[in-house]
Ligand binder design. Structure first.
Ligand code: AKB
Length: 319
């Protein structure tokens, strides 16, 4: 049996995923049981309904102090430099992503935490991997620094599980689409920007080619996946830090057309920049049968349902 999650620390609580994961966890575990940490972006809105504290993940001792102070038994570690930003400053990406993850694992080991959840990414894949339904078990030779750091995180997570019995879990997340907090520095950011620009300006210039097809996921599926994976029975898990997890797969043009169906005046163009190289190194879709078999993963949003909901929520937000 996996140890229980009672007091949860979410590192990176003001980021795209963190800001929504904290709310979902607080709904389930109670406001005071979920402590959100932030570094450069101050918390606002419902993040302030429970404890929030500043933390630089490069300060291992401070992570330990917070664990003691709040009686934390489980950590979700979401702080990371994403793929596009990682190419502009690979050294920073290495420090934050690799050393940050190492610090969290070391603290997990020293304080014998019940659970450490560290999302991985489609960034672990490189050009040798089959484009369609990339297998869970495959060669991992990413060509971006982000990918290198994410493969390292997976290997470290599995190592800490095998060597120290630390219950580390993670899945390879696709690009995440959401309306609450903007993503920053990722290659899949176009799939969020397109919605904002369609509503605010009626026009979007995609920074990838129209035929760029990538794995993507709507935020409600993403937060649910993280919580379901964290809550799964340890005995059922055949993988630990490295589950493929799949949901949507569509091209940039498919997305533009789905938005245009609902916002008929929307116009768009495609002007690929340096981020195209990263997108081209990732597969179109993933085979996630281990996640489905081991912990019952199943996405709920298709392209139509996601587009409908995104536009409705974003129109309310931007009104
Ligand atoms: C990125 O584009 O870097 C991220 C990711 C797929 O991990 N959204």
């Amino acid at each position: 049996m996996a140890g229980e999650m009672n007091r949860i620390l979410v590192i990176g609580a003001t980021g795209q995923i963190g800001s929504e994961l904290v709310s979902s966890l607080r709904e389930k575990y109670g406001d005071d049981s979920v402590i959100g940490t932030y570094n450069t972006t101050e918390p606002t809105g419902d993040l302030l309904d429970g404890p929030t504290v500043r933390l630089n993940v490069l300060e291992e001792e401070r992570i330990g102090d917070l664990i003691e102070e709040y009686g934390v038994d489980s950590v979700f570690h979401l702080a990371a430099i994403l793929s596009a930003k990682g190419e502009t400053d690979p050294q920073l990406a290495f420090r934050v992503n690799v050393m940050g993850t190492f610090n969290v694992l070391e603290v997990g080991r020293k304080f014998q935490l019940n659970r450490v959840v560290i999302p991985s990414s489609i960034g672990v894949f490189g050009p040798e991997v089959p484009r369609k339904k990339a297998p869970n078990e495959t060669v991992l030779r990413p060509t971006s620094m982000y990918g290198v750091t994410k493969v390292t995180g997976e290997l470290l997570g599995n190592y800490y599980f095998n060597k120290y019995g630390l219950d580390v879990r993670g899945a390879r997340f696709p690009g995440v689409i959401s309306y609450k907090t903007l993503p920053g520095g990722g290659t899949t950011d176009y799939a969020v920007e397109a919605f904002y620009k369609a509503i605010e300006e009626g026009h979007y210039s995609f920074f990838v080619r129209e035929d760029t097809r990538l794995p993507l996921m709507y935020m409600p599926d993403c937060t649910r996946a993280l919580i379901e994976l964290a809550e799964a029975d340890l005995e059922d898990l055949n993988y630990h830090a490295d589950y493929n997890i799949s949901s949507l797969s569509f091209s940039a043009k498919d997305l533009a057309e789905a938005i245009k169906e609902r916002i008929p005046d929307f116009t768009f163009e495609f002007n690929p920049d340096e981020r195209q190289r990263i997108a081209d190194s990732w597969p179109d879709s993933m085979d996630d049968s281990p996640a489905r078999e081991d912990w019952g993963w199943e996405p709920r949003y298709g392209l139509e349902k996601m587009t409908e909901d995104m536009i409705e929520r974003l129109e309310e937000k931007l009104d």
